[in-house]
Design a protein. Structure first.
Length: 226
């Protein structure tokens, strides 16, 4: 199979306005990926599926990633004069990168028996209603997985044929896989709440009346039944 650089070059030729970047993965798997610009992602996806040499006709997996705001330190060498002598020193600067959400797809060719080719898209930010184009019209197998990303990360996929929650119920608020998500402390929906869950839940209910002795029990019971 062609290298990512070769696939990138041919995709940009096939979709002239598209902007594609190679995202290098320094981890042990070394599975680098192609970052597609959102405006032309669907057109590039169709090229990857239909090109005779690639035939990436199967999307095996689509998943979401949440990137919080972060600061990245960069070190460059600069020349400076110290005590009349020119020296090369390291200068460190910090770049602040706003947070965003990603959708990542693993593509294979059932026709040519090769892959994976990994592609990704990024939202503009992490705000509610962050949007990406749906790739379900290109790979039908992405339908339920894009729904899962929508449900757990909050990415709205434009052009998806049936975008609705798939794991959480419709009334559920927020998105549980966001890195800044915090569990609710009432857990009214938990079938068997216990220990620290019950302790946190106490703050959501009025204190029960304290009843002392038999008379107190009767009086308390009468008061509760009024």
């Amino acid at each position: 199979m062609e290298s990512l650089e070769q696939i990138k070059a041919r995709a940009e030729t096939a979709v002239p306005a598209a902007k594609i970047d190679v995202v290098v993965n320094p981890g042990p798997a070394q599975q680098s990926s192609l970052l597609l610009d959102n405006q032309h992602a669907a057109a590039v996806a169709r090229f990857l599926r239909d090109d005779s040499a690639l035939r990436l006709d199967f999307c095996s997996n689509a998943t979401g990633v949440d990137w919080l705001d972060r600061a990245v330190k960069k070190t460059v060498k600069v020349k400076t004069v110290v005590d009349g002598v020119e020296k090369e020193i390291d200068q460190t600067s910090e770049e602040k990168i706003p947070g965003y959400l990603e959708a990542i797809y693993h593509l294979y060719s059932m026709t040519h028996k090769h892959g994976p080719v990994i592609i990704r898209m990024r939202t503009a930010d992490r705000a509610e209603g962050a949007r990406l184009p749906s790739l379900t019209p290109v790979w039908r197998s992405a339908e339920f997985q894009e729904r899962e990303i929508f449900d757990l990360y909050g990415v709205r996929f434009e052009g998806h044929p049936d975008l609705r929650r798939i794991l959480m119920w419709d009334e559920f608020e927020d998105h549980p896989m966001r890195k800044d998500y915090r569990d609710p402390d009432d857990y009214e929906y938990e079938p068997t709440p216990h220990d620290d869950v019950l302790e946190r839940a106490k703050g959501h209910y009025a204190p029960r009346p304290q009843l002392d002795g038999a008379e107190g029990i009767v009086a308390g019971g009468d008061a509760l039944n009024q």
